[in-house]
Write a protein that binds this ligand. Sequence first.
Ligand SMILES: Cc1cc2nc3c(=O)[nH]c(=O)nc-3n(C[C@H](O)[C@H](O)[C@H](O)COP(=O)(O)OP(=O)(O)OC[C@H]3O[C@@H](n4cnc5c(N)ncnc54)[C@H](O)[C@@H]3O)c2cc1C
Length: 411
Amino acid sequence: MSFALTAEQEDLRARARDLAERVIAPRAAEVDRTESYPWDNVKALTESGFMGMTIPAAYGGPGRSFLDVTLVVEEMAAQCGVTGRIVVEGNMGAISAILQYGTEEQKRRATELVLSGDKPAICITEPEAGSAATEMTTRADRRGDRWVLNGKKHWITGGGVSRLHLIFARVFDAAGAEQGIGGFLAFRDEDQGLVIGAREPTMGLRGIPETEVLFQDLTLPADRLVVPPSGLKRGFADLMNAYNSQRVGAGTVALGLAEGAYRRALDFAKQREQFGRPIAEFQGLQWMLADMSVQIEAARALIWRAAATAGRNGNPFPDSLAAAQAKIFASEMAIRVSTDALQIHGARGYSRNWPMERIQRDARMFTIGGGTAQVLRTMVASRILERKLPQTRDGYSALAAATGARKQAAE
Ligand SMILES: Cc1cc2nc3c(=O)[nH]c(=O)nc-3n(C[C@H](O)[C@H](O)[C@H](O)COP(=O)(O)OP(=O)(O)OC[C@H]3O[C@@H](n4cnc5c(N)ncnc54)[C@H](O)[C@@H]3O)c2cc1C
């Protein structure tokens, strides 16, 4: 695999860095302080063609790769984590699932919204179904030619600002028989029964709302169900496969935050003098900076590798193993690097007049959202051990019993 970017990718990265430094950076502190969604940034991203980059030409986009998207995400997140996340969700996750599995009409509506700046919301997590997402209770019942959804999600990024929602729900046919978990498209301000609930006061990434989203007899036309080719019984797995793109994106925001913290720490260490010398001359700090650079390079290599797996072996999305490995490493790395970068700034790092404390608060999220570092480790273990690792007691017992029976038969 080549690690060299093409001239076009270098150009894309340079354009992203220019926008991030010129337009996004000066607003980052205010976005955090006012906890308001940065519509101005969204406008700038849209005008620069950074929303809907993965949308193919047939739907009006440039059809760029996930790797291209990571180049833009990293630059945005190096200045503003919230803006980095908007670029992720405007190019990966829900929109890429719809592009892969949606009908023509679904693709048309979704791409129109994203290309005009809408960051889709993806609604999976429920108060009682976090890591155990398949325990969700939100249900979609078939009634005549419509679907009626009831249930409650929480921690939905973009609740109240996103128009397009991809909602995961248990699907029941007209006879009340469960069909599996499916994804539904709903549009805020258009579909009756999509209610935005309470906003969560968050530690970081404060410019993007995390809210409850409630479905109160949310009534959708029949054609809003996004059906993967393998049908509903495998639907959830297929939709989650698409989510691997978002996972790579989340890891990239963490990478960008770390990169931003590192660049600032490096500059500061060269300028700040104590004991009559720049503090960069002290070996204690030199080694911290060296470690930061090593970890950032390693994370970037994992992210690029994961993004580049998309399209291999007939899978249009990043490989789940590579995506999980990249997100685990990048998310934990960002916490370490932002802590050290803050330390290098001394008291200034602890001040809200400086960006370091914001970066550290922002970086804290990525070992949690989009699959926790623990759950992703179990995914990695399952792939490298080449066996299912059921986490429910029943699932574990059933597997143990089946394995025991196979062993007995073989003896
Ligand atoms: C900022 C932010 C944005 C988010 N955005 C969205 C969104 O847009 N859409 C959406 O649907 N969700 C979103 N989420 C929710 C997120 O995906 C969940 O928080 C995550 O899946 C974990 O669920 P939980 O918080 O309920 O934790 P829990 O599942 O309750 O986990 C609690 C702890 O137990 C550990 N744990 C759980 N199960 C296991 C296991 N089997 N083995 C080892 N450890 C385990 C976890 O790692 C964690 O440390 C967001 C979360 C955050 C913080």
